[in-house]
Write a protein that binds this ligand. Sequence first.
Ligand SMILES: [Cu+2]
Length: 130
Amino acid sequence: MRKLFVMTALMLAVSAPVMAKNYIVKMISDADNTRYYFEPAALTIKAGDTVKWVNAQEDFHNAAATSIPKGAEFFEGPMLEEKGQSWSYKFTKSGTYEYECQPHAMLGMVGMIVVDYTSAPEDIETKAEE
Ligand SMILES: [Cu+2]
């Protein structure tokens, strides 16, 4: 009986679906110090997880991919203009994603999401300049 219980528990553990997680990245404006940044700027997640970018102040921000794992999608979130507005993206392909806030990229507002593992250099696709 005990053996059966252990076997059943093992089977349940193997077949239980892995719960996808949700992460939040804040978009922060510190205009007094001319600092615009994502918090956290770097995040490691798993394939199937979702990242939600939240505008922390009344300012313009978005999140647009600049380099992605080959075969993934160059995501480009809409411009968020009000405090509390957010945009979510579900990462399904493993590898390294780099992104920027387009209005503040020149001020260093960039971020990185690593999904499962860091991409090898030859597996990264960089967005062509527009
Ligand atoms: Cu910004």
